[in-house]
Design a protein around this ligand. Structure first.
Ligand code: NAP
Length: 282
């Protein structure tokens, strides 16, 4: 009789829409890895108990998604440098001594996808919309790629300002301005012209909406990238296309790339992501 598969899962709330099980099953099949990967729905108050039960019963690793990434960072026994910088964890890995390592692969996933798509960050004026767990994960790698300007805008302006201050203080210095603000304040920042790259990282797309942005934020030479993804165009991709952007992409490619980083952390094997980028994921 063969040994039972090593157990992994993605935990979030809601979670039914997650494509992570399909992605990890494809990685495991291609790499000849014997594992099972499920979805776990956990309301915030149940999160910690469910995570403890999962690992106590022999689970090997979890992907953590909305809205639990900051709670996962508090729960982990040890954080990787990039997870500490982010203050958010999207990957938990049980270590041989039974402790939990928390990592954040979102930033690496975004940068790998931007590179795959040929979208430049170095020297670009970059705007990130949203200041939640996902933004915490992507800001460090975006800083390191040396944009000319990096602005974080959010409904709750104070959250964007706090993030910009945190990252400005701890991440390697960049030549340009690091700024956090509310959406209204963007109007005064676009006097120099629209942003080169606008990255949407709010959860508003799940409600079919986009953030209320002033005119001029995005223009015909701008590239739009939505961390959200769906079967057709996301609301933000539709919104950006309607404003004539040169290019608009959604975040399925990032999802595949961040999953590959998690898989590597858990299994020590780096999966080839190219076949999945060419596949329609149900
Ligand atoms: P989160 O921590 O819950 O943060 C939510 C963000 O959305 C905050 O900035 C919040 O603003 C904003 N928001 C929520 N409701 C809003 C509303 N009604 N009006 C305006 N702003 C609102 O979520 P997250 O983990 O950062 O995830 C954000 C998105 O990124 C999700 O759609 C997630 O699926 C996606 N994501 C994709 C990938 C990928 O691999 N493609 C990876 C990570 C995340 P306030 O601070 O004002 O509340």
């Amino acid at each position: 009789m063969s040994a039972p598969p090593d157990r992994y899962a993605v935990i979030g709330h809601p979670i039914a829409h997650s494509r992570s099980p399909r992605i990890h099953a494809a990685f495991a099949a291609a790499a000849g890895q014997h594992l099972a990967y499920d979805r776990i729905d956990a309301a915030p108050e149940a999160f910690e108990g469910i995570v403890r039960d999962f690992f106590d019963s022999g689970g090997c690793g979890l992907n953590v998604t909305l809205p639990h990434k900051e709670a996962a960072a508090r729960l982990a026994d040890r954080l990787t440098g990039r997870a500490r910088l982010a203050g958010a964890v999207n990957t938990l890995a049980r270590q041989p001594d039974g402790t939990l390592l928390g990592d954040n692969t979102d930033g690496a996933g975004l940068m790998a996808d931007l590179a795959r798509l040929g979208i430049a960050v170095r020297g670009a004026r970059v705007l990130v919309l949203g200041a939640g767990g996902a933004t915490r994960g992507i800001l460090g790698p975006l800083f390191e790629a040396q944009p000319a300007q990096l602005v974080v805008a959010n409904r709750t302006a104070a959250r964007a300002q706090a993030l910009a201050a945190d990252f400005g203080a701890t991440a390697p210095a960049v030549g340009g301005i690091v700024h956090g603000c509310g959406y209204d304040a963007l109007a005064s920042l676009v006097a120099a012209g629209p942003f080169d790259l606008v990255i949407h990282a709010t959860s508003l797309g799940l409600q079919g909406e986009v953030p209320p942005l002033p005119q001029g934020v995005i223009g015909s030479a701008s590239v739009a990238y939505d961390l959200g993804y769906g079967a057709g165009d996301t609301p933000f991709v539709r919104w950006a296309r309607a404003r004539g952007v040169i290019r608009a992409e959604q975040g399925l490619g990032m999802l595949i790339e961040q999953a590959a980083e998690s898989f590597f952390l858990w299994r020590g094997v780096r999966p080839d992501t190219a076949p999945l980028h060419r596949t329609e994921l149900p």
